[in-house]
Design a protein around this ligand. Structure first.
Ligand SMILES: Nc1ncnc2c1ncn2[C@@H]1O[C@H](COP(=O)(O)OP(=O)(O)O)[C@@H](O)[C@H]1O
Ligand SMILES: O=C(CO)[C@@H](O)[C@H](O)COP(=O)(O)O
Length: 490
């Protein structure tokens, strides 16, 4: 039995996988709260991740009808880029600044400038740091909270922090580390040179976690914690990884030719590559995968974070929202939504706000506005997919995951907007499943492709084929959306 954990933005999910039966036999989740402030501040208290982990752990074990003592290994996935600053006793010094925090935009611009612009960044890091990556958060801490910064003894990513809590070890692996902005994603090594620029007083050899291979274990669950959780002694904790990296494993996207799209708090599109990718656009991030190879990815900041905002505006639950989506036509009778409530990464507009355009007396029903915001969020992903070019073109199917993938109307919309067949894995918490699969792989239960073949099952009932008429209509509506984007944001 293996356990997969995904510390997402809105919640922590846990799945229990029975290798012998080739099945996921238990699932549970527990929510997180967000601390939001002026100027794009978005933070979370890492203590909440631990609380959510423990709650979801016990609930998933109970739903599987097994004993915690049957668990052989654990793999942890986490929201990428968050900064967890620790003192010498591993205590958290400041709330984790998240991937969707845009408060540090000026520091990111300064970093890009100092590294010699986009070309200099590509030469040093193999990618161009975006607002939201960890690097500018460290520089921001230095400028705004010098007293805290001076006490920093370690900087971890969210999944690394959970691995530390589980094992007592400060380690990291290439997948998640490649989203920091101080890691060379081609050589798969920290970049002390870039670190020196953002945090000259902090010795990278001390502050940055030890890098391990994706197939290595971070360590074993601490004996005292194992007793508290009811685990057997010596349970191994896999290297884990960023949620998108483990989502790729949990959808079987471990070799070139496939595309995974996630409709979570963020929206992401990624495709595996067996070599580092230098895309035409800096918005395509040349991340590493959390098994081997690379995972070029685009990420939009306003997916279910945007759709939830409009849903809540009308007091709708998720079922009511999904019903509303099908009550308005393709294109929402002319309503165009640029859903940049939180600023945006792709397109690169960290300081933008949202716009609703084309409103008339005939298109302001809840159905119209709900449909329009989902269309706007999906157009951002289509925009990202187009930036990926040949990396995505070769895929004839999109594997759709994340909470939004539960909506049949949204699945069909993705198929029609991208003109590509869409199918969901049975476990749409694919990052958590990827964690369990990686844990079994680290325990040498089999090769990764064998484990994916056995454990990633598709939900045939979720399959959505593009409809020729709607594909054509969406082609026109998307062009209008691009014109609006250009007109408002240049
Ligand atoms: N049945 C559903 N229909 C539409 N959207 C859904 C459904 N279930 C979940 N969601 C959306 O998914 C969101 C959570 O997505 P999730 O992938 O868990 O986020 P994260 O991993 O970022 O925490 C919810 O807030 C909700 O908007
Ligand atoms: O910043 C990125 C990817 O670069 C996001 O995808 C985060 O990793 C958060 O993921 P979700 O909570 O939306 O799954």
């Amino acid at each position: 039995m293996y356990l997969g954990v995904d510390c997402g933005t809105q919640s922590t999910k846990v799945v229990v996988v029975d290798l012998a039966r080739g099945a996921t036999i238990g699932e549970a989740s527990r929510p997180h709260r967000m601390i939001e402030g002026a100027r794009g501040r978005r933070e979370q208290d890492p203590a909440q991740w631990i609380e959510a982990f423990i709650g979801a752990f016990h609930a998933a074990i109970a739903s599987a009808g097994v004993s915690a003592g049957d668990i052989r290994g654990i793999g942890v996935s986490g929201q990428q880029h968050g900064m967890v600053a620790l003192d010498a006793r591993d205590q958290v010094l400041y709330p984790a600044k998240l991937w969707c925090d845009t408060e540090t935009h000026a520091h990111n611009q300064a970093l890009i400038g100092a590294l010699g612009g986009e070309e200099g960044c590509l030469a040093r890091l193999g990618l161009v740091p975006q607002t939201g990556y960890t690097a500018s958060k460290v520089a921001w801490l230095r400028e705004h909270h010098r007293d805290i910064y001076d006490r920093v003894d370690g900087v971890l990513l969210p999944h690394d922090y959970l691995n530390l809590w589980l094992t007592g070890e400060r380690v990291s692996e290439a997948g998640d580390a490649s989203g920091t902005g101080y890691f060379d994603s081609r050589s798969r090594r920290w970049s002390p040179e870039v670190w020196q620029w953002i945090a000259p007083e902090l010795d990278p050899a001390r502050v940055l976690p030890r890098l391990i291979d994706s197939r290595d274990t971070a360590g074993q669950v601490r004996p005292v914690l194992a007793r508290e959780l009811g685990l057997s002694p010596g349970v191994a904790v896999a290297s884990g990884g960023g949620d998108n990296m483990l989502g790729a494993i949990g959808t079987g996207n471990i070799v070139p030719g496939k595309v995974t799209m996630s409709l979570g708090t963020s929206g992401t599109v990624c495709a595996h590559s067996d070599h580092p990718v230098l895309a035409d656009s800096a918005m395509v991030a040349n991340f590493c995968a959390s098994h081997a190879g690379w995972l070029p990815l685009v990420c939009t900041m306003n997916t279910t974070s945007a759709t939830n905002r409009v849903r809540e505006l009308f007091g709708l639950d998720l079922a009511g929202f999904n019903q509303a989506l099908v009550q308005a036509p393709v294109g929402a009778d002319g309503v165009t939504v640029l859903p940049f409530f939180n600023g945006e990464r792709v397109p690169s507009l960290p300081e933008a706000s949202a716009s609703f355009l084309g409103l008339t007396s005939r298109n302001t029903s809840p159905a119209h506005l709900c449909r329009a915001v989902v269309e706007g969020a999906t157009f951002c992903l289509r925009y990202g997919l187009d930036l990926m070019g040949p990396l995505a073109d070769q895929a004839r199917q999109i594997r759709l995951i994340g909470g939004g993938a539960h909506s049949a109307a949204w699945r069909q919309m993705v198929a029609d907007i991208t003109a590509t067949e869409v199918v969901c894995p049975r476990v749409t918490d694919a990052a958590a499943l990827g964690g369990a699969i990686q844990a079994a792989w680290c325990a040498r239960e089999g090769e990764l492709d064998e484990l994916c073949q056995a454990l990633v099952q598709l939900d045939e009932g979720s399959r959505a084929e593009p409809d020729a008429g709607r594909v054509k209509r969406y082609g026109e509506v998307y062009l209008g959306w691009l014109v609006a984007l250009d007109r408002l944001h240049g």
